[in-house]
Design a protein around this ligand. Structure first.
Ligand SMILES: *Cc1c(COP(=O)(O)O)cnc(C)c1O
Length: 240
């Protein structure tokens, strides 16, 4: 489906997605106020991986413009054609990025949240030189030091941030994390916030459907919410 031939989602889907957006936005405002924060300081990133055209169009109809995607190819399929008609769209890459896809990622995304190694920083810098585009960058920190999970180890984060900024000239604006699924996320969010403060970074992408209110309490500026907005995903996201 393209921007010139918009999907017409079933009315029931449009209204249920609109209701879910309203509810999540309401809870974001409440969590921010409870933490003594300005609700406008928290951005909702709608995670649109695995969603079909009807769901994407329902989210746009609900006024959503900031979207997170896990995979470069799927993000292109979702947004490549729609993007021309949406000047205020913001696309954020939240899945692992292979070095050989750095060019495509730089061409498509406004923010790349998953920088986790210096080789990728070099590839992104080269892609930016080549394309003239300069997406902002977050460093993903593997706060739980989980072997299977992407992200720089906590003890190596400061060095990667410095190298990305000073050696490769990237616009590093913050940090991102995905805490271990079976642990209290709060200490992970707190550690991410400390690492950001120590490095003079202001953006914190943390919190998903199950824990975004906790993340807001601990300073999240961007919460990445999928299933609470779109319903349960019916297919597991592919790994790259
Ligand atoms: C899928 C995904 C999300 C959204 O998860 P939900 O639990 O559906 O809200 C957030 N962040 C990342 C990195 C994801 O891959």
């Amino acid at each position: 489906m393209t921007a010139t031939n918009p999907a017409s989602p079933a009315p029931s889907m449009v209204s249920s997605i609109a209701d879910r957006f309203a509810e999540v936005r309401r809870r974001i405002v409440e969590a921010a106020r409870a933490a003594g924060r300005d609700p406008a300081s928290v951005v909702l990133t709608a995670v649109s991986k695995t969603q079909g055209d009807a769901a994407l169009d329902a989210a746009l109809a609900a006024g959503q413009r900031v979207f997170g995607e896990n995979r470069v190819q799927e993000a292109k399929a979702h947004w490549g054609a729609r993007r021309a008609a949406l000047p205020d769209l913001e696309l954020r890459l939240i899945g692992p990025l292979q070095t050989n896809k750095a060019l495509e990622a730089v061409e498509l995304f406004d923010v790349i949240e998953t920088l986790d190694r210096e080789r990728l920083a070099a590839a992104l810098a080269a892609a930016m030189t080549r394309t003239g585009r300069r997406p902002r960058v977050l460093v993903q920190v593997n706060t739980g030091a989980e072997p299977q999970k992407a992200g720089v180890l906590p003890g190596e984060a400061d060095a990667l941030i410095a190298a990305a900024r000073d050696v490769h000239g990237l616009a590093v604006e913050g940090l991102m994390c995905i805490p271990p699924a079976d642990e209290d996320p709060a200490p992970h969010f707190a550690r991410l916030a400390e690492t950001a403060a120590r490095n003079g970074l202001s953006v914190l992408s943390m919190g998903m459907s199950g824990d975004y209110e906790t993340a807001i309490r601990l300073g999240a500026t961007h919460v990445r919410v999928g299933s609470a907005l779109f319903g349960e995903r019916n297919q597991p996201p592919a790994t790259s």
